[in-house]
Ligand binder design. Sequence first.
Ligand code: FPP
Length: 240
Amino acid sequence: MNQSAFKDSGELHVAIIMDGNGRWATARGLPRTAGHAQGAVAVRQIVEAAPALGIRTLSLYAFSSDNWRRPTAEVRALLHLFARHLRSEAPTLAAHDVRLSVIGARHRLPPSLVAAIAGAERRTAGGRALDLRIAIDYSARDAIVRAAARLAPGEAGRVAFTRRLAEAYGADGAPDVDLVVRTGGERRLSDFLLWECAYAELYFTPRAWPDFDAGDLAAAVADFRGRTRRFGGIAAGSPN
Ligand code: FPP
């Protein structure tokens, strides 16, 4: 098996931690929620650009389970923004052959958002060009704990666990993450797709999410393609 090869064609799974909205807004004398609204505009541009860069699966971290700790007004504004965009973007996504799904827990979300998620998922179910996964009320550690609890007696192994994990956060299976991009200057994973990122390449940029554009995504993917992935082995052609 050629484990040292990196993917140089399509089929990449890129996960993005969209950070820096608040600081982007504060630096402009705007409320933090204005940064989130501008962040939603950036999402649109990145989704449009992804397929041509060879990205087949795009996972976006929109709201972590720890984000409930934010001020109520900010949480409300975020959840409202998600619902509004899911409703307004679903037809465009469907037209561009994008399948949208939301990963995370749904039981704490307002019914209007749950309905918007279900509607967008239904409407885009046939999309084949891009698997767009939006993480809302998502925690990798919670998902791992739930997946472990779902393992049937005697069920073991990574394949079975990966399947249980996908079930645990409402996904229907995606490949491991190839590349994690985090904007906003911090360098951490913040409980995002921890199992799936076991061998992901990490790319950190100081750019705030609302400023992150198609050129920035292309630069991140180009950086990824310049790396050699070894998965614990040695690079092809290395001396013995
Ligand atoms: C982190 O920045 C960003 C969030 C918690 C929200 C992300 C949401 C969006 C980008 C909107 C997405 C919209 C759709 C439709 C999916 P921060 O607020 O932590 O920024 P800071 O670190 O500068 O305070």
